[in-house]
Design a binder for this molecule. Structure first.
Ligand code: BJW
Length: 298
């Protein structure tokens, strides 16, 4: 099936759903690693996916990998923290942040853990970080519950020799466990395969979805292979949403099951496409390529 990549038709849809004589629009977005690709962060899968050293990142994003080799997994995440901290939000993050500011009925679900959407000024109440954050640290011991939010220490530990035993001794440890005489490792506050998403967050998303018909579902830079996140696209469609997918890879544009004739599929870089797609609702990018309204916190 051929899907529409007609920007004029998309802008006509935006005009319809924001017409003054109807209720305020409700827009949902599901974002993935492709949104941050233009900021220099590698994706997990597809042509822009990258190995870290010799490892497939997917083999490291599991509780089993952390139990087996915490040094290897922490080195991977320390590297990712560093890359994310030195990256800048791109025009795609800023366009979505501007949409949130201009449209109270917009909720963005991001699978990204890189912190770039918050740094683009996305209002926190309109952003759910489904897979956690690279900058949260939590105790690896089940039942402890210690969490440290927004730790941007860089580097996470002082440089040591390449010897893994040295690194093990400087990995972050749980202060709560230490107080009880048992020093457990801290781990990245992200959601690994086989782990449940934060229940309170899922409940909040469900409450938002249940609040009424959804007009538009944006699916941005994701292979939509990982559940339960990918399932929100089907849920939005059941709630009446037109789906607009944005992806660099034509193969992944068509990966969403159940694409309908009224849906849209825009092939290209999300950082370039989103500002143009959303222009009727957020205005124009400045001549310098900077998002005029954007405010970065760092
Ligand atoms: C561009 C671009 C540019 C490039 N512009 N586009 C139902 C069916 C089958 C399986 C399951 C199911 N339900 C659950 C499962 C199991 C599993 C799962 O989904 N497996 C599938 C792989 C089959 N799910 C889970 O395990 C989840 N947990 C769970 O279900 O728990 C149940 C439970 C309940 C109660 C108790 C206990 C358990 C958890 C999933 C967690 C995923 N975690 C990761 C790692 C996070 C930490 C980290 O970052 O290291 O999340 S995996 C990884 O994939 C990461 C991502 O957020 C996620 C999605 O990837 P994403 O963002 O889509 O990236 P890519 O690389 O796949 O795609 C990038 C796209 O961008 C591509 O399409 C490019 O073309 C495009 N692109 N440049 C636009 N410039």
């Amino acid at each position: 099936m051929v899907h529409r990549n007609d920007l004029f038709a998309f802008h006509a849809l935006l005009a319809r759903i924001t017409a003054p004589d109807r209720r305020p629009p409700r827009i949902l977005a599901l974002c993935g690693a492709g949104l941050s690709a233009a900021s220099g962060l590698p994706t997990f899968r597809g042509a822009t996916g990258a190995l870290w050293e010799t490892h497939d990142p997917m083999t490291l994003a599991t509780p089993e990998a952390f139990r087996r080799d915490p040094v290897l997994v922490w080195r991977f995440y320390a590297h990712r923290r560093s890359v994310a901290l030195h990256a800048r939000p791109n025009a795609g993050h800023r366009a979505l942040a501007a949409l949130a500011r201009n449209c109270p009925g917009f909720l963005c679900l991001t699978q990204n853990v890189d912190g770039l959407s918050p740094r683009a000024g996305h209002p926190p109440a309109q952003l759910q970080t489904l897979h956690g954050s690279l900058f949260d640290l939590r105790c690896a011991r089940a039942g402890c519950g210690y969490v440290e939010r927004d730790n941007r220490q860089e580097p996470l530990w002082a440089a040591t020799t390449a010897d893994d035993d040295d690194i093990l001794s400087v990995l972050p440890r749980c202060p709560a466990c230490r107080d009880r005489g048992r020093s457990s490792l801290l781990r990245p506050g992200v959601v690994w395969f086989g782990e449940a998403l934060d229940k309170a967050m899922v409940d909040e998303v469900d409450t938002w979805i249940d609040a009424g018909k959804i007009d538009l579902m944006l699916v941005v830079g994701t292979s939509a292979e990982v559940y339960p996140a990918a399932g929100y696209v089907d849920v939005a469609r059941e709630e009446g949403a037109v789906v607009a997918s944005v992806n660099l890879d034509a193969a992944d544009l068509g990966c969403l099951s159940g694409m309908q004739p009224e849906d849209f599929a825009f092939g290209g870089d999300a950082a370039q496409l989103l500002p143009r797609m959303l222009e009727p609702l957020i205005g124009e990018l400045s001549q310098t390529g900077e998002w005029l309204e954007a405010k970065e916190d760092s």
